[in-house]
Every structure is written in structure tokens, then in C-alpha cells.
Design a protein around this ligand. Structure first.
Ligand code: C5P
Length: 422
């Protein structure tokens, strides 16, 4: 089994980070965040909300950061040192970890009722935020609405992760681990690792397909498109030219990505086979319907009083990714498939890798609660071919955005091995 690839991203050395800490039990992990940032060569200044000080003392974070910790907007002595506007200008980035539901709500409304929220308003620096709260609070429509607004306002979300919570619940809302937070900050500062002239063209299928039964009904599935969109976002962020062939989803088009909208498997197949011969990488992330109605009714199917059953004849859809993988060698991109399994993940993934002629497969166990379809998190087994046999890497549960970075990184690593002839 391969080890996790080291990110080739630039160092954080010399970056000036303002770390905001609010009142969650995860505040104790802020100490490790400060330590890791200092180890990476950052200058760190910490701002704590009133509530955060009930969980960890300013003195601890002062000792670790080597700088006085700011806790109040109305502190004449601290303001005489570095005023809050100066502090807001000083930061290369603001990172809030942990961020409570309350702090998120205040940020959404542009409130400036304490030092941290005031700094967020006064600063034009990039802003990253790691929410941490009970799973019901995280799932609450108010929080979800607020988080979506924060993302729309340009905040980069880190996590949250899913799992055991301090309150005894299990679910999403745990703060991402300090190491993941550092990696997200590192990635944020990384220049696109791909030079424009070397930019690969990455074609990604995402979301479900819809197969009409009549003008108002269709066959489909629960795919949210989140994983494919996360991959498209990551590939574009890293400098690739990205075309997303998307089934119907309610996600915004990622920045810099060309989106081709399709409904049916046949439309997705046609778009994929038109684009794939010019592509460097093809990633089949869509949940394509295996079957479609043989003859979709021209008019709405009527319920009949004297008939208790309705028989539909379905015909098989083409296997899009298998057809891309079967292109002649000079037209064939590097092909990455996905496999959602409910048991024997590795065996089925190995089989699919071989049967569909893929170069790499990302398999996940969709029977695990809180992971896979529709959720923000995923765990996966990555399997790829090498001349000496298949290799694999197991990625633990993590946000789909993070998993997308890992998958794309591994894809680029395999691609460079192939093009160097290794
Ligand atoms: O066979 P299964 O549906 O499990 O395979 C999943 C993989 O195959 C995914 O990468 C999916 O996008 C792709 N696929 C496809 N066309 C189909 C069915 C699946 O490209 N008709």
C-alpha cells in the first residue's frame, strides 16, 4: 500500500495569520493549531471571544504564539500596541477555529459586537473558518443557511468532520483535526502547481441522470453531485482546464469551470465521447442510470381503475466510462472511475477497475452512515494500476473537498509517472 502523497505545496513560512478562537469545546485544539502554524514558520496572533476563555486560557495561547492574545475591542492598552484596524491590515489571512454557530450567525450579519467580528469586517484578507458544534445545531436550517451565505461571501469552509462528539452524539459538526486545518491553510496559500502551458484538460461527469418515463416522470437517483463538483473545484484551483458534464443538481458552477448540462445518460454519453478524445484526464463521478425506458410515453401515463400494476420495459444505457476507457490509445485520456459499494468494497472495486478498463478507481462504502450519497463527507479506497500490479491507498472519512484534493493529487502523480515512462 502506498503512503499518503506529500503535498508539493509551498511553505507557510513568513505568513501572518490571525487565529480567531470562539467558545467550543474544540477550543482546546487551538493550542495545537498555534503550535503547528509556528512550526510551519508563520507569525500567529490570536484573538479570543469572551466565551472561548472559558475553554482555554489566553495565557496558553500567548505562550505558544509568543504574542499577547487579544480578547477585547475596548482595551486601551492593547489598542495602544496594535490597534484593531492595524491588526486587521496585518493579517495575510484570518482563520477561525473553532467557529461556533453563534459566531457564524454574527459573521453572516456583519455584526461587529466584539473584537473578532470587528476584525473580520475590517480586514480584506482571505478568511477561512472551521465550524464546530453539536450535530443537530450543524444540521439546523438556520446554520446551513448561514454557512451557505458565508461561503457565498467568500469564506473558505474547513470541515466540519463527522464522528463522535463531546456531547455524546455522533454525526457531522466536529471541528476538523488541527493537521487538516493546517493543510487547508497551506493549500490556500499554494500557487497553482500547474503552469498554464502544461495545464491538463480534465473532463468530469457529475450528478445523477434522469431517464424520462413520460413528459412529467423520470427514473433517477440520490446523487447530489457534491463529489464531482468538489473535484472540478480542486482541479480548476490547481490550474487545470476543467469541463464538467453535469446531470441535474442544485450546485453552483465552480469558479473557472466550464459546465455542460445534460439530463439523460445518452446525452451524458454523447458529451463525454465528444470531449474525451481531447482530454488528458476523464473522471466519471456521475451516478448514471443503468437503464432507461425503452419507449418514453409521449403523453402523461394515466392511472387506470382496472389495472393494479404497470409494467415498464427498460433497456440498458451505454457504460460511459467503459466506452471512454476503450478509446484508441492515441485518443484515450487517463480514466478515473468511482464505485459506490455496500459490501466487499475492495473486491468489487478491483473487479470494476479491470472490467471497465480504468486506470484508477475511487471506491467507497455507501452503507456507512453520514458518508457518501448526499453527505459532505466521504471515505474512500483509491486503487490504481501499476506495471507491478495494483496499488491502493485508504483515505479515512473527511470532507469531500479534502478527498477531492487527494484524488486529484494521486491522479496527477500517476499521470506524471506514465508520461515519464516510469
Ligand atoms: O458499474 P457502476 O455504476 O458501479 O460503475 C460506476 C462507475 O462507472 C462510475 O465511475 C460511473 O460514473 C461510471 N458509469 C458510467 N456509465 C454508466 C454507469 C456507470 O460512466 N452507464
Amino acid at each position: 500500500m502506498a503512503s499518503l502523497p506529500q503535498s508539493g505545496f509551498s511553505s507557510l513560512a513568513g505568513k501572518r495569520l490571525l487565529l480567531g478562537v470562539s467558545a467550543g469545546i474544540a477550543a482546546y485544539k487551538s493550542a495545537l493549531i498555534v503550535r503547528l502554524l509556528k512550526q510551519a514558520g508563520c507569525e500567529v496572533r490570536v484573538v479570543m471571544t469572551d466565551g472561548a476563555q472559558a475553554f482555554i486560557t489566553p495565557l496558553t495561547l500567548q505562550a505558544l504564539s509568543g504574542e499577547p492574545v487579544r480578547t477585547s475591542l475596548l482595551d486601551p492598552e492593547a489598542e495602544a500596541g496594535m490597534g484593531h484596524i492595524e491588526l486587521a491590515r496585518w493579517a495575510d489571512a484570518i482563520v477561525i477555529a473553532p467557529a461556533t454557530a453563534d459566531l457564524i450567525a454574527r459573521l453572516v450579519h456583519g455584526m461587529a459586537d466584539d473584537l473578532l467580528t470587528t476584525l473580520c469586517l475590517a480586514s480584506e484578507a482571505p478568511r477561512l473558518i472551521a465550524p464546530a458544534m453539536n450535530q443537530a445545531m450543524w444540521r439546523h436550517t438556520a446554520t446551513q443557511r448561514n454557512v451557505a451565505q458565508l461561503a457565498a461571501d467568500g469564506w473558505q469552509l474547513i470541515g466540519p468532520a463527522a464522528g463522535d462528539q463531546a456531547c455524546g452524539d455522533v454525526g457531522p459538526g466536529r471541528m476538523s483535526e488541527p493537521e487538516e486545518i493546517i493543510e487547508a491553510i497551506r493549500r490556500h496559500f499554494a500557487p497553482p502547481p500547474i503552469a498554464p502551458q502544461d495545464a491538463p484538460h480534465v473532463v468530469i461527469t457529475a450528478g445523477p441522470t434522469r431517464e424520462a418515463l413520460d413528459p412529467v416522470r423520470y427514473l433517477s437517483n440520490h446523487s447530489s453531485g457534491k463529489m464531482g463538483y468538489a473535484l472540478a473545484t480542486e482541479a480548476a484551483r490547481q490550474g487545470a482546464r476543467v469541463t464538467l458534464i453535469s446531470g441535474p443538481v442544485s450546485l453552483p458552477t465552480p469558479a473557472g469551470v466550464e459546465r455542460i448540462e445534460v439530463e439523460t445518460a445518452l446525452q451524458m454519453h454523447a458529451a463525454a465521447l465528444r470531449l474525451a478524445p481531447e482530454a488528458t484526464v476523464f473522471i466519471g463521478c456521475a451516478a448514471v442510470a443503468d437503464y432507461r425506458a425503452e419507449n418514453a410515453a409521449e403523453h402523461k401515463l394515466k392511472k387506470s381503475d382496472d389495472r393494479d400494476t404497470l409494467t415498464l420495459t427498460l433497456v440498458k444505457n451505454p457504460d460511459i466510462i467503459a466506452d471512454v476507457a476503450a478509446l484508441p490509445i492515441e485518443q484515450r485520456p487517463f480514466v478515473v472511475g468511482f464505485a459506490a459499494e455496500t459490501q466487499d468494497v475492495e473486491r468489487y472495486a478491483q473487479d470494476k477497475l479491470a472490467r471497465k478498463g480504468l486506470d484508477m478507481i475511487v471506491a467507497n462504502d455507501v452503507s456507512q452512515q453520514g458518508l457518501g450519497f448526499g453527505s459532505d463527507d466521504n471515505a474512500a479506497l483509491l486503487l490504481w494500476r501499476t506495471p507491478l500490479g495494483n496499488e491502493q491507498l485508504s483515505a479515512p472519512p473527511q470532507p469531500k473537498t479534502q478527498l477531492a484534493a487527494l484524488i486529484f493529487q494521486q491522479t496527477l502523480a500517476q499521470l506524471s509517472l506514465i508520461s515519464s515512462g516510469a
